[in-house]
Design a protein around this ligand. Structure first.
Ligand code: HEM
Ligand code: HEM
Length: 169
């Protein structure tokens, strides 16, 4: 665990890469979920899954499980290397809100794929419902996160967006 006095001045190249790969995978999940939805509907109706839906359903599973594995790597790095403190020129309210949103995002990049996996691999209908509900929560929290990042960058001019692109020690 990194102590509060020993925090890095920026994110590492790996942390930055993981952040953007996970974000990209989540975009894929929201853009290309039709095949998985059809496959799941067929499963719930006890019908055969149309062959044409399987490739996209597999893509959904592969990208979703990739999010889960990368999330583990990300939390590991967060605990061992740490993250830079939020800019000191931002108010305490902004910093608390940002930390809260980040915490919820960390939780969701575990719970969303895990609920999907429980539905698909264990055939649990209620897990499918949880997955559906959580994906909406994820969408909303990501929207708040992106809006917050843009306001911090362009209104408060605290450079947070820059540091999620430019690695530092
Ligand atoms: C971060 C990862 C994931 C995201 C963002 C995500 C997102 C989504 C979205 C947007 C839908 C469409 C829901 C709807 O409107 O009906 C969906 C459905 C589904 N996903 Fe995922 N998913 C993820 C991971 C996974 C994984 C890893 C699996 C399985 C191994 C999975 C299995 C399913 C199933 C079975 C459905 C159909 C459930 C239903 O519609 O009730 N998902 N997912
Ligand atoms: C779509 C899924 C996304 C997830 C799950 C996600 C998750 C996270 C998490 C958990 C952190 C905290 C990192 C830490 O300090 O440990 C973070 C930081 C950050 N995210 Fe995202 N993010 C996503 C998308 C985006 C997008 C699209 C943007 C662009 C506007 C963005 C901009 C940022 C910035 C600028 C930071 C750094 C904040 C700082 O320096 O303190 N994120 N993200």
């Amino acid at each position: 665990m990194v102590s509060a006095t020993d925090r890095p001045s920026g994110y590492s190249p790996t942390q930055i890469t993981l952040h953007w790969i996970i974000a990209a995978l989540i975009v894929v999940q929201f853009v290309a979920h039709d095949g998985m939805e059809h496959a799941w509907d067929a499963f719930e109706d006890g019908a055969a899954v149309a062959a044409g839906d399987m490739p996209m359903a597999y893509l959904h599973i592969a990208c979703g499980l990739a999010v889960l594995v990368l999330a583990i790597a990300r939390v590991w790095l967060r605990l061992t290397r740490g993250a830079p403190p939020l800019p000191a020129n931002e108010s305490a309210v902004v910093r608390i809100a940002a930390h809260g949103v980040h915490g919820v995002l960390y939780l969701l990049i575990f719970l969303v794929p895990l609920s999907g996996a429980a539905a698909w691999f264990l055939g649990l209908g209620p897990a499918g419902e949880v997955h559906q509900a959580l994906k909406t929560v994820l969408l909303l929290v990501v929207a708040v996160h992106v809006l917050g990042a843009l306001v911090q960058q362009f209104v408060f001019k605290s450079g947070v967006l820059t540091r999620m692109f430019r690695p530092a020690a």
